[in-house]
Every structure is written in structure tokens, then in C-alpha cells.
Design a protein around this ligand. Sequence first.
Ligand code: IMP
Ligand code: MG
Length: 424
Amino acid sequence: MANIVLVGAQWGDEGKGKIIDVLTENSDVIIRSQGGNNAGHTVFVGKTKYVLHLIPSGILRGNKLCIIGNGVVIDPVGLLKEIEGLVAMNIPVSGQLFISQSAHIVMPWHKQLDLLKESRKGDEKIGTTKNGIGPAYSEKADRTGIRMVDFIQPERFKALLKERLEEHNKNFLAHGMEALDFNSIYTTYSEIAAKLKPFVKETVTLLYKARKEGKSILFEGAQGTFLDIDHGTYPFVTSSNTTAGGACTGSGFPPHHIDKVMGVAKAYSTRVGGGPMPTENAEISDLLHGLGREFGATTGRARRCGWHDCVITRTAVMINGIDELALTNLDGLDTVETIKLCTAYECDGVQYDYVPSDITLLERCKPVYKEFAGWKTPTTGARSWEELPENARLYLKALEQECQTRIAILSVGPARDETFTVHE
Ligand code: IMP
Ligand code: MG
């Protein structure tokens, strides 16, 4: 029995969905505490592929309590679609999924604002997923957001909707955009609210009760450490705390009851959207895209790819207190002749062993590499450390040492069983 926080150690898409799915076997409660449907967690059960954006991946295991916590911003249209999609695939949701009353909702104007902001930015585009995530968190901080508890009460929702639309429509009209129509939004959204209402609960007490009963709680992080609003490569970040602390604030769970923080990283690196990525290079990008890998689960965009960056992972270990690492996509390197591992950055003759927060400095940093001979054998069949090729073990040992953490789980393919535990 342990309460585990799972965080992405890179820029998201580390394969958290799959690792969560594996860990869920031994958990009773799975909770999302930040982000929204900008996240895309892919899980394969047998040959069936599931992509979840808002609902915790634990829902696929059946008989687990799944919570969308207060720190998540919820697009009601997206959530209902996800619920209906699961039901259509015979996955039970009712009685297992609970939504925090305090979670804020994403409205159509948030998506319009995302479009409007990004269209003005030219070269400095953040490359958001255009799901309205940033504007929804901005309104939350501005104390003008709409929470689930308001949303499911028709009269309250109506009043708030009227008030918010008046303000936003003035802005849209001033920018030559069409105004949003109150009646059509109210009709659509109040119907959705009625359908979501049975799922909305006081999730803080639900979580407290589960903890008191000795249940194992798993916090399903979304995005990754370097997309964190405080610790990421600002301004090329998302709008929530994707690091371990966000699990507590986004759920109402006490920090000292967390037993373990597990980081998830890929055997190489990927990033979607703008912002610095020191190890990005065409060789590995072309290779992975050629293998049909590394296209986004949410937007379908081709991800930027690079060698594994130990400076990134090491800094993520520092910020999150990562006890153990789950390393994914090892099989993506199966055909590479010479594999590089970034161990430090260099800029103006100075070496850095952590990620500098000055983005203009980070943008100029050049990776310092160690080279490893590839193993050039498929690893997907391996189910233990011993079954891995010698060169793969050498690479992984060096990675552990450079990142100052241990690899506890290795993933060598997309399926649930293409994963194994690495013993100390
Ligand atoms: P937003 O979260 O949609 O505002 O996007 C902000 C930045 O975070 C963009 O660079 C996105 O590509 C990136 N981002 C947001 N969510 C994810 C994710 O789940 N995986 C990878 N990148 C993401
Ligand atoms: Mg993803």
C-alpha cells in the first residue's frame, strides 16, 4: 500500500498513460490533479488503443475509483465525449468516476482566446494545443472562472454565463471576431451539465476517506516537468504545476502522506510545440518518424525528437524528488548505430549540470555528449534486465548514473505486458 505521485520528467508524452495503467493494477484510487484535455494518455489493452484526455487511465482497469481533482480544468464537451466513448466500448464509468466540485470548466471563449493570442505571436508562438487551457487557468487566477459546482446549478450557471459572455464578446468584436451566442451555448452546455451532474462530488472528503481506509492512491500527472508554469522553460510551458507539488494542491491531499514520487522519461527526448530543446536533432527525428513513432495523441502533430538529455532528467529528479524512474520507449533506439546521451550543457565556455532558468541562456546551450554503441537487436521481447542486450544495459546504467536516480520500470513496447520491473 503506497501513495504514489507519477510525474513526467521531460516535456510530456513520456508514456505516463501506459505506466499508470501498469501501476493501477495495485492501486485503488487514481486521480488527475492538473492540466486538462491538452493531455493525451495512450493505453493499449490487447490490440485496442485507448486515448484518454481527462479521465484517469485507471478507468480501464475496472473497479477503481477515478477522480478528476480540483486542479484540473475540464472541457465539459470533451469530458462527456470521453465518458460516452468509454461506455460505447463497454467500460463502466458510472459509480467509478468522480469530478471535483471545485474544478474549473473550459468554455468556448477560452478556446477563442487561445486562437487569438497565438495568432498574434508570430515566431514566438508557444504552440498550444488550442484547447483553451491557458485562458481557463488565467480566469481561475483572476477569480472570474466558472467551477463545476456553479456549472451544474442551472440558474447560477445562466447568470455567470451571461456576465462572462458580455465581457468576452466586447473583446472579440474589437478584434474583428464573431461574438459568441448566449442562447446556443446555454442550451448545449446546460444539457451537458445535467449529464455530468451525477459525477460531481466533494472529492476532498472522498480522498480523505480512501486514505483513512488504507487505500493506495495514485496521482496521474499530465504533461511534464519542463512544461510546468513555474519550473518549465517559461514562457514555453503549459499553465499548471506539472511537478510533484501540483499533485497535492490539485487534489487536496497532504504532502506528508505521499510515499513515493515516480518519474517517467523516454529513452530519448521529445517535445511538442515551441521552446528550447538542447538535444533536438534531425537524425533521431527522421528515424523515429520513419518508424511511424512520435506523433501527438492529442493534436497528431509530429513531435520534435532528440537524444536523452540527462541535464533535463537530473533537474526533474531534483525538483520532484523522484525516487525511481520508469523509462519508456527503449525499443525506439533498437536500430541506432551510435546512441548519444547528453550529460551537460556548455555555453560561453561554462558547463551546466542543471537546466538554467534563463531561457535566453538555455537557448544558446550546446549539449555535451557521451557516445554509446547501439545494440541493434529488438528489445520488445525482453521481460527482465538480464534479457536485455549488453549494450542496452551499459547505456541504461550510464543514464541512471548521470540522472542520479534508479530505473525501476522499463517499457519496451506499447502493450501492457511489454513492461518489466528492474530489481535493485
Ligand atoms: P497548452 O497546455 O495547450 O496551453 O500548451 C502549452 C505547451 O504545452 C505547448 O507547447 C503544448 O504543445 C505543450 N503541451 C500541453 N500539453 C501537453 C501534453 O500533454 N504533452 C506534450 N506537450 C503538451
Ligand atoms: Mg501525451
